[in-house]
Design a binder for this molecule. Structure first.
Ligand SMILES: *[C@@H]1O[C@H](CO)[C@@H](O)[C@H](O)[C@H]1NC(C)=O
Ligand SMILES: *[C@@H]1O[C@H](CO)[C@@H](O)[C@H](O)[C@H]1NC(C)=O
Ligand SMILES: *[C@@H]1O[C@H](CO)[C@@H](O)[C@H](O)[C@H]1NC(C)=O
Length: 511
């Protein structure tokens, strides 16, 4: 208890003290005391920001795109009826968005390809308009010197494959995913050097098949009011992760055999990861904390680095987790060039071994933990990066997502987001200085996209969803990030100006 209440002091540079002055539509930001700058990071480190196809593109049924499981889930009464049919209308506004990235000074942009836009039937014919769209986006980025970092699957399997063979529950998805990846490598690989097979592979399995909160929304144990009319929370998450791991390894092998020599790119996978800290120094809580790491990260990453699931995951899941054959194990091992990590928070972990006594356990019960928030988050990123370096043989890491939710109707004056980015970037720098092999940082999200947490937005840019033109407005965080990035060759990067927006128009858009 004592530990929960004591906030660890930040070892990080003091958070920047911001002074904001508003006058006649111009906002000035004075960053007075930030003890690091872009120059403290290696020049080949990349700073960017990200989105995903379903959350930004819109044009959900346009130019030959067919539904993904996310379209289906949104239109089945989930997310309070909200959906990504139009989203940010990124499909039509990519040029404007790349210009905003330029204005912000992004070095890289992380986005995903919609499989059912590129190959509407899940396999077979390529949609020429889908192909053209992604070629356009990639060319626009390259033309402006921004590196594309591309995710192949971000929660949006083609619905047709869900209907035909229940998607990731079937091994057939391995073959179709590999063929889709082949089209992407062949068509875009001359310009894309960073490929991620799956976004949050662990959350696809847990949120999609245990909790039923994400597409395809399958579950048998109702949490958070999910509609569990189909699914099996005890078995399906393990089957799905297993098939996704095989699909990752298959695509990675294809890339290495057929493309890598000529294209010189790299391929990895992404996981959602907290940093976990024992709630007390009891042996049970310390062991539970390690177990939480094995279930969240090890479940996905151990097979790809060492060729098998962690022992404790196999033990607690028993016969519900499929086994790899020796040949599969060899094939998986060493199949990531980098690990992408989506990191938002640190939580305390308390042992709850009693949950292992229940029948029909789900993965949460197998994990046998309780979580409690409370610790100041920033140092957790440093600790996570150092842990990953130690456990995963110095695998390269990209922070693919990090950011802060604020209410969707909140202010453009998002000082809390600026503080958070400073805190986490400073923590990452501490890890780097201690030898962590971290190669890049992407804030989530570039724009206020269609969000999983309805009512919250993460963007550096506000998007007015009531405006049919979906106009974008920079938040303070966009200016802060821009000044940080442009500080590359300057000692001072403390004054930025908000052009383009007056307080009056801001207030009429934001309550
Ligand atoms: C979602 O998919 C199921 C299964 O194919 C189908 O029955 C249902 O009509 C779809 N719902 C929507 C809203 O498209
Ligand atoms: C989940 O699947 C297993 C194995 O097929 C079965 O024994 C169990 O009853 C299923 N659970 C539910 C809730 O359907
Ligand atoms: C922005 O928020 C900060 C912190 O809450 C406050 O000090 C500042 O006055 C605000 N600036 C404007 C322009 O509203």
């Amino acid at each position: 208890m004592a530990q929960k209440l004591s906030y660890l002091p930040l070892s990080l540079p003091l958070l920047c003290f911001l002074v904001l002055m508003m006058n006649s539509g111009e906002l000035r930001v004075c960053s007075l005391d930030q003890k690091f700058s872009r120059d403290d990071f290696p020049s080949d480190f990349v700073f960017g920001s990200g989105t995903s196809a379903y959350q930004v593109e819109g044009a959900a049924f346009e130019d030959g795109k067919k539904p993904s499981i996310w379209d289906n889930f949104s239109h089945s009464g989930n997310w309070q009826g909200d959906n990504g049919d139009i989203a940010c209308d990124g499909y039509h506004k990519y040029k404007e968005d790349v210009q905003l990235m330029m204005d912000t000074g992004l070095e890289a942009y992380r986005f995903s390809i919609s499989w059912s836009r590129l190959i509407p039937n899940g396999r077979g014919l390529v949609n020429p308009k889908g192909l053209q769209y992604y070629n356009n986006v990639i060319d626009e980025l390259i033309g402006h010197g921004i590196q594309p970092h591309v995710t192949l699957s971000h929660f949006d399997l083609p619905q047709v494959l869900e209907d035909e063979y229940e998607g990731w529950l079937s091994r057939k998805a391995v073959r179709d995913f590999t063929a889709y990846a082949n089209v992407c490598f062949r068509e875009f690989g001359d310009r894309v050097f960073h490929w991620t097979t799956f976004n949050e592979a662990n959350m696809v399995a847990m949120a999609g098949y245990d909790m039923g909160m994400m597409p395809p929304g399958r579950c048998s144990i109702s949490l958070f009011g999910s509609n569990c009319d189909k699914g099996n929370s005890s078995y399906e998450p393990y089957t799905v992760a297993h098939n996704m791991l095989l699909a990752h390894a298959s695509a990675a092998r294809l890339y290495k055999k057929k493309y890598k020599a000529a294209q010189q790119g790299s391929i990895g996978i992404n996981v959602f990861s907290y940093w976990f800290v024992p709630y007390s120094n009891s042996v049970a809580d310390v062991i539970a904390t390690q177990r939480a790491n094995e279930f969240y990260v090890g479940w996905i990453v151990n097979p790809l680095v060492f060729g098998d699931y962690p022992g404790i995951v196999k033990k607690n899941a028993g016969t519900r987790i499929p086994a790899f054959t020796n040949a599969e194990s060899k094939y998986l091992k060493g199949s990531i060039d980098f690990l992408g990590v989506n990191h938002y928070a640190t939580t305390y972990i308390k042992d709850r071994s009693s949950s292992l006594d229940t029948d029909n356990r789900d993965i949460m019960a197998d994990m046998a933990i309780e979580m409690a928030y409370g610790r100041s988050p920033y140092k957790g990123l440093q600790e996570l990066l150092e842990y990953l370096k130690h456990v995963y043989k110095d695998t390269s890491i990209y922070i693919h997502e990090n950011g802060k939710a604020t209410p969707s109707t909140g202010s453009l004056n998002d000082t809390s987001r600026v503080e958070l980015m400073q805190g986490f970037i400073g923590s990452m720098l501490d890890a780097l200085r201690n030898g962590a092999n971290v190669k890049g940082y992407f804030s989530w999200s570039f724009l206020d996209v269609f969000e999983i947490m309805i009512g919250s937005k993460f963007g550096l840019y506000y998007v007015d969803f009531d405006d049919k033109d979906r106009r974008r407005y920079p938040k303070l965080s966009a200016y802060w990030y821009s000044s940080f990035l442009n500080g590359r060759n300057k000692n001072k990067y403390n004054v930025v100006e908000i052009k383009d927006i007056s307080l009056d128009s801001q207030q009429s858009y934001i309550s």
